[in-house]
Design a protein around this ligand. Structure first.
Ligand SMILES: *Cc1c(COP(=O)(O)O)cnc(C)c1O
Length: 467
């Protein structure tokens, strides 16, 4: 693109737009050549308006699981456009959504029987929370609380934020939120260094003031037991990101934690919501994360990868037990009064149908397995690096936690913006990844090659060597 034209667009962006999760003062004062304007994409690569090529190392913020411009998904959407792009799902239905419900129920855990559509991960969570809450009213029990985990992320709408345990995103809204219990995050790396709670965000300053000690005594799961033991009669549901607290920096839960958590919910009669918005559709190496520990939740929330990163769509899947509780005469008003203008958008459903076909027919999970093994090998070599405190991998999702002092786990001063700085340097090598604090995040699409994985890891190593 002509430089003057590009500058004009960048100026307009900075004048008109407020970007998500962005300190706009930094954004507008950044280099006049930034931000990167993405123009095209193909497979694992994004191209800017100047034709420069970048590996999309975070699957466009975790949605693009099958690469860009996948011809089967492209065609499915094109074909649907020739019929109808949208019609309401209130009082009407359509073929793409019906087909998709059947495909989803075929791959979801067998205890789930009903599909409720919405259009993003946060609303999929809102729907599960509201269904659980309403369910207990039908059971004539007053259950108004939820149980969640510290460091949990379930989206940015108020209900999802209420069960969110990421202080940095949520503490500002605390007085606006409904009350929820929080159990300790199963953050094993940091657990090694501490006794009670880990401040989040963990900064060099609060690190110094904190009394850290070595030793895991399984306190995290004990706390779940304690809270449920004491308060289960008040708790409508507990919610968890199975296997991986992704948005807090890929905090991978220890083996057995999820099944233990699910067991406790069952023991105390509390409904279980598994938020698979990040982990669903093959990212963990199985179709859904709950399969790794044979967990059968009352709700599964899905979004992100469901359309291959093409269009917004979400699903809350639940059981006949929950669904049946809402049945009744019209005038009893047991109806679930919830819906969105774009619920079950037909184009999005058509994309999702194509995605599930590809996942099943192309033996994608076998390919994912190879990616996971290649990643493992590369990361093993990287892990001894003096600047890396901890590497966490869950399938194709990776968190690389950068620290100032490997021995004590001391983080960098947050003013240094170390994570962001490293990512911006890596971008100059033609690779787009993002940081969560000082954790570098990889979220690889299923079409990435061994060579491209090596290239990403090498780029990270080069920039860490340069620190
Ligand atoms: C991204 C995410 C959400 C929120 O999804 P949006 O589509 O961004 O609203 C909820 N839960 C988890 C686990 C996520 O990773």
């Amino acid at each position: 693109m002509d430089n003057r034209l590009k500058e004009k667009y960048i100026k307009l962006d900075k004048k008109n737009i407020w970007h998500p999760f962005t300190q706009m003062a930094d954004w507008i004062n950044d280099d006049p050549n930034k931000p990167l304007i993405i123009d095209k994409a193909k497979g694992v690569y994004l191209y800017d308006v100047d034709g420069r090529q970048y590996i999309d190392g975070i699957s466009s913020l975790w949605v693009n699981i099958l690469g860009h411009k996948n011809s089967l998904i492209d065609n499915a959407i094109r074909e649907q456009i020739t019929k109808v792009s949208h019609s309401t799902f209130l009082g009407l239905t359509h073929l793409p959504a019906i087909e998709l419900s059947e495909k989803l129920l075929n791959i979801l855990p067998k205890n789930l029987n009903k599909i409720f559509y919405s259009d993003n991960g946060s609303t999929a969570v809102e729907v599960a929370l509201k269904m659980a809450y309403q369910y207990w009213q039908f059971k004539k029990e007053k259950r108004t609380m939820f149980l969640s985990l510290k460091n949990a992320y379930h989206g940015d709408t108020i209900g999802a934020v209420s069960v969110g345990g990421t202080e940095l995103f949520h503490s500002r809204f605390r007085s606006l939120l409904f009350k929820s219990y929080f159990a300790m995050s199963p953050y094993c790396y940091r657990c090694k260094f501490r006794t009670k709670s880990i401040p989040f965000p963990l900064t060099a300053k609060n690190f110094k003031n904190h009394n850290f000690q070595v030793g895991c005594k399984g306190e995290c799961i004990k706390q779940v037991d304690e809270i449920l033991g004491k308060y289960s009669k008040k708790i409508a549901a507990s919610i968890i990101e199975p296997l991986n607290q992704a948005a807090s920096g890929m905090i991978v839960t220890p083996k057995g934690y999820l099944s233990e958590y699910a067991k406790l919910c069952k023991k105390y009669g509390v409904l279980l919501i598994c938020d698979e918005v990040a982990t669903g559709f093959g990212r963990t190496g199985k179709m859904f994360a709950v399969e790794h520990e044979n967990v059968h939740p009352d709700f599964i929330c899905l979004s992100k990868g469901i359309t291959g990163g093409y269009l917004p769509l979400a699903v809350t899947a639940t059981t006949n037990k929950i669904y049946n509780a809402f049945l009744g005469k019209y005038e009893e008003f047991k109806t679930f009064f919830h819906g969105h203008s774009y619920t079950a958008n037909p184009l999005a459903c058509a994309a999702a149908n194509a995605v599930i076909d590809i996942l099943k027919e192309d033996n994608i999970l076998q390919k994912v397995d190879i990616i996971i093994k290649n990643l493992e090998t590369e990361l093993k070599e990287l892990s001894s690096h003096i600047k890396i405190g901890n590497i966490r991998q869950c399938g194709v999702m990776v968190g690389i936690e950068i620290v100032e002092d490997k021995k004590t786990g001391k983080p960098y001063d947050c003013k240094l913006k170390m994570g962001a700085k490293i990512c911006s340097r890596i971008r100059k090598q033609g690779i787009i990844i993002r940081n969560l604090g000082d954790t570098l995040v990889l979220f690889l699409p299923f079409i990435i090659t061994k060579y491209e994985i090596s290239k990403i890891i090498k780029a990270i190593k080069i920039e860490l060597d340069n620190l």
